[in-house]
Design a binder for this molecule. Structure first.
Ligand code: ZN
Length: 501
């Protein structure tokens, strides 16, 4: 390529190196670091973040972008060069719109907010968190003004995680499947006694859980020559390069689900990152394109594969070898039903496939409400509980199990939640497209073969990294934009069958 383009790539890859070094420090902090290391680590992370931010928002980046753009003029939209310039220009615009003083204030307020939230949740005391949350909401609204939007301030916020997505579109998608979700869940819970998950709540040795889970995700195709699994309090996936993508897991020795499905989930994220084209390595295009698309990958492996009947017809005998006493007299079919039990629960991260999106809809309505000034922070707990009652038919017995449960708001993350639900919708749309190309996939899964599906994902989604936005990618892959029909039809089919509706 041209001289200026090469200079741009070299400049960006140095920034990328700083960011990835920060990721290593962050991973170490959650996996290995003794508590005494916290202060120094916070300083080291903030130094790296500051250097990276300064290098990226420097005029040098703008100049190189302009020069390289001229040099690559006329190259096809989907070429690596045109894509890199297009995506980085948007990143640059976004990051230079927030003044340094604002970023510093936001960082300070949210850093302090974490402890306030932890305390409020532990004491079930929303009033304690309220003034801090009011300050955060003010800052978030300010960010929306700096970033700019057409119709709704929330557009600016969601755009940071799902480029091009708007509040109106999310509302349309959510309203499009909420009534069918609500009626599916009430039909299912009328027959709650048809499925028992007692078998999952027994003593399950953590080392055995780990061995089985790792065996499964390796068979999915998580490449352990370029990956690793460790233990942390909050499970996550982190990327240092496409050839070093790590996951973490949390084990509960009395409950089989969190570690097993958590490993499948994080491995789904990791296989996306491992599958990014080698030609994008070291550039800002190496990585998943949006949180929604990322979540589509984790949810596909966790739910569509990992919670499918076919998968367990094959995998259950292996699981039984690991836990012969716990699973004595249990057959694959009843195990399959147990892991798919639907419950009107209060906690999002423990929610089943059927109720999950309703948890997100509650948060979306509240976030758009406070950002537009239609809902006061002071009223959030009541607004939360009202919605829970109308969508899920239950009222959280405490704010700790309600409005205070998630860490996101204390970190100033508003506009993030919808991507979880969008990921669920995309997972089914992509999977259905893969089935059209390869109708043999379900039979292969039932024989413990996953490579046709993984290669299809590599080919159609992973390799492109951030080249295309979520919507561009979804249109290329499925011929249409994100929609909820496939998802709701999948849920109605699956749970209608399990509950004999
Ligand atoms: Zn995830």
């Amino acid at each position: 390529m041209g001289e200026k383009y090469d200079q741009l790539v070299a400049h960006l890859s140095e920034i990328e190196d700083l960011d990835r070094a920060g990721s290593i420090l962050g991973w170490d902090q959650q996996v290995n670091m003794p508590p005494g290391g916290a202060m120094a680590r916070a300083r080291q992370l903030s130094t790296l973040a500051k250097l990276s931010h300064e290098m990226f928002t420097d005029d040098k980046t703008a100049k190189l972008l302009d020069d390289a753009e001229r040099e690559t003029d006329g190259m096809p939209y989907d070429s690596n060069e045109a894509s890199l310039i297009r995506v980085v220009k948007e990143d640059y615009a976004e990051r230079t719109r927030l003044p340094a003083a604002y970023v510093a204030e936001f960082t300070r307020v949210t850093a302090e907010a974490h402890e306030v939230w932890v305390h409020a949740r532990a004491n079930n005391d929303f009033a304690h968190f309220r003034p801090t949350l009011e300050r955060i909401v003010d800052l978030v609204i300010q960010a929306a003004e700096y970033l700019g939007y057409k119709d709704h301030p929330y557009d600016a916020l969601i755009n940071r995680f799902e480029r091009g997505m708007t509040t109106a579109r999310v509302k349309e998608i959510f309203d499009g499947h909420k009534p069918r979700l609500v009626s599916l869940i009430s039909a299912v819970t009328e027959h709650a006694e048809r499925v028992s998950d007692a078998v999952l709540h027994q003593d399950y040795n953590a080392d055995q859980q780990r061995a089985f889970g790792l065996d499964m995700v390796k068979r999915f195709g998580y490449d352990m020559q370029r990956g690793q699994q460790s233990v942390s309090v909050h499970p996550f996936c982190t990327t240092f390069s496409r050839d070093d993508v790590r996951i973490t897991t949390r084990f509960d020795s009395k409950w089989l689900n969190p570690a097993l499905f958590g490993m499948m989930h994080e491995a789904g994220h990791a296989m996306y990152e491992q599958g990014v084209g080698a030609f994008l390595e070291g550039t800002p295009l190496a990585g998943g394109t949006s949180l929604g698309v990322h979540e589509s990958q984790s949810r596909m492996w966790e739910n569509i594969v990992g919670r499918s009947r076919g998968f367990w017809m094959w995998a259950f005998p292996f699981l039984k070898q690991y836990f012969p006493t716990q699973l004595e007299g249990v057959d694959a079919e009843s195990f399959y039903k147990a892991i798919n039990k639907v419950e009107r629960s209060f906690i999002r991260v423990e929610a089943d496939e059927a109720t999950y999106n309703l948890h997100i809809m509650v948060r979306f309505e509240l976030e758009t409400g406070v950002v537009s000034g239609k809902i006061e922070v002071a009223d959030l707990a009541r607004e939360w509980n009202d919605r829970f009652e109308s969508y899920l038919g239950v009222v959280p017995p405490s704010d700790a199990l309600g409005v205070l449960q998630d860490v996101h708001w204390s970190s100033g993350l508003m506009g993030y939640f919808p991507t979880y639900a969008l990921g669920n919708l995309l997972s089914v749309q992509y999977y259905n497209r893969a089935l059209k190309d390869h109708p043999s996939i379900p039979d292969e899964i039932a024989q413990g073969k996953f490579d046709t599906l993984l290669h299809w994902l590599n080919e159609n989604i992973h390799q492109y990294g951030r080249k295309f936005t979520s919507d561009e990618l979804t249109r290329r892959v499925t011929g249409e934009s994100i929609q909820s029909n496939d998802f709701i039809a999948y849920l109605e089919g699956k749970f209608g069958d399990i509950y004999g509706l």
